[in-house]
Design a protein around this ligand. Structure first.
Ligand code: EPU
Length: 459
């Protein structure tokens, strides 16, 4: 066991020796159609929170279908720094938190990954104390954690923020957090997950009202239940958790990534190509499929876990407003914007979840799109074609949108800022190549990239 732990710590840290600001670029030769089948990886946002959830249990947790992503590696490094043993083989990740005793998360690691704040709930529930640096804002918004903090306070924690770190401990010399009735001002995914994890080991019943209903919340609940937690109502807006004294070992498969699946559905639509996706959970894609149908794209369920996208030659405009699940996901807004730039008519896209998630507009406009922004609203006027251009990815989903635009554009698109893409898409280039896309990752600065440009293909 000891040897195994050393191996895993070494392998995790050596994997993470990736350049922070990766200088490589993705060069895409647009205008080629795609075909075939693509396999969808495990959900990033489930994997990250479930890894944190593994801190709740002192036995072995085996996670299956774990995607290969920089964010997952970073979460692994954070857990290692807390004394947790991890070993990864392919998409199976074994986590053993029996030696988890460290109550302070290291700033250098936490600051690289917002999702690292998820450890605060399990740390407090298991050790009675937690010191976790605030994650800070990011490219898409300020992203406060006030709802996480207020919920933990309601459960009997003393929480102070000093010098940029959240210091929390269970009040009154008690060993366990206390169940509470907590109303969330907005259905925050992260706050619901933090409080659900904390409540699994609390004394008594916790009721989370106006809880997030995202599939990743349900996945976390199912993971905790597989360890013996008592959770009812996950997937609705009221979740009831009856605390238990401890949780046990588990072997748990992570759900397929609905945002990766949605991105490939748009890849089919924007390149006018038929693509089959497997595995998927249709209920997780309802809003995305509804919008695709509205603009004229057919989506067929070939099997309960397999979907085929069948595009038409001309798409219609539509309006989109991002909403918490089951509404249209903010994580698909940028990719749909790329699609709507090439659809007939005017589309209005309203981003309601994050305050700064329209930064891809300027980059899409560089490629010939016609988009104007007013506050949190983007007005997209459909154009007949996009033209390849050098562009910069500003965040994870923005980078996916640029890849999609590049696949459809006339000529070559060169995308910088790939560290965003690598954070959250498992082998996107390999999967697109498997479908016939013409794209290559190249090293060096933009001068080298431009020298490599090939003549624009037609069709
Ligand atoms: N909010 C608060 N206070 C809080 C928590 C949230 O005001 O204490 C606000 C946020 O600022 C935001 C809104 O509530 O305006 C929604 O935030 P939420 O907490 O739901 O989002 P999150 O937990 O920070 C997760 C995903 C995001 C995804 C959102 C919404 C993870 C690791 N991240 O973030 O994923 O966009 O839910 O579905 O689960 C991505 O994958 O690209 C991504 C950004």
């Amino acid at each position: 066991m000891e040897d195994r732990a050393i191996t895993s710590t070494l392998s995790l840290s050596s994997q993470s020796a990736l350049p922070e600001e990766d200088k490589s670029m993705l060069q895409i030769l647009g205008g080629h159609s795609l075909s075939g089948e693509v396999s969808i990886s495990g959900a990033k946002n489930s994997a990250l929170v479930i890894m944190a959830g593994a801190l709740l249990c002192s036995g072995d947790c085996r996670l299956r279908n774990v995607p290969s992503l920089i964010d997952v590696r970073r979460m692994g490094e954070i857990l290692s720094a807390l004394g947790v043993k991890l070993e990864r083989q392919g998409n199976v990740l074994d986590i053993n938190a029996s030696q988890f005793e460290v109550t302070k998360a290291p700033y250098e690691l936490v600051s690289q990954l917002r999702a690292s704040f998820f450890i605060v709930g399990p740390m407090l529930a298991r050790l009675g104390v937690a010191r976790v640096p605030l994650p800070g804002g990011c490219a898409i918004g300020a992203r406060p954690v006030d709802l996480h903090v207020r919920g933990l306070q309601a459960m009997g924690a003393d929480v102070q923020i000093e010098h940029g770190t959240v210091h929390a401990h269970i009040k009154g010399g008690k060993k366990r957090l206390q169940g509470a009735r907590i109303y969330l001002d907005c259905p925050s995914v992260g706050a619901t997950e933090t409080l659900m994890m904390a409540a699994t080991l609390a004394e008594g019943e916790t009721i989370l009202e106006n809880a997030a209903q995202e599939p990743e919340v349900t996945d976390l609940a199912n993971f905790c239940r597989s360890m013996g937690a008592n959770i009812q109502g996950a997937g609705t807006n009221t979740i009831v958790i009856s605390g238990v004294p401890q949780l046990h070992s588990t072997d748990y498969p992570i759900i397929p990534d609905r945002i990766e699946a949605g991105t490939f559905l748009v890849a089919g639509a924007i390149t006018r190509s038929e693509i089959s996706l497997f595995p998927i959970v249709p209920d997780h894609l309802t809003a995305v499929v509804a919008k695709l149908k509205e603009i004229g794209v057919k989506v067929v369920l070939e099997a309960p876990d397999r979907m085929r996208v069948i595009p038409t030659q001309q798409h219609r405009a539509t309006d989109i407003e991002t909403m918490p699940f089951p509404g249209f996901p903010t994580d698909m807004q940028a990719q749909f914007m790329a699609l709507l730039t090439l659809s007939d008519g005017n589309s209005i896209i309203t981003e309601t979840v994050f305050e700064n998630r329209l930064r891809h507009v300027a980059e899409l406009n560089r490629m010939g799109a016609d988009i104007r922004v007013k506050g949190n609203i983007a007005i997209v006027r459909g154009v007949p074609l996009l033209s390849g251009a050098p562009v910069v990815a500003t965040d994870l989903r923005a980078s996916a949108a640029l890849v999609l635009a590049g696949l459809a554009a006339n000529g070559t698109t060169t995308i910088q800022g790939l560290h965003h893409l690598d954070r959250g898409y498992d082998n996107l280039e390999g999967k697109l190549k498997g479908l016939g896309a013409k794209l290559e990752r190249i090293k060096g600065d933009s001068t080298e990239a431009i020298a490599l440009l090939s003549p624009a293909p037609v069709g």
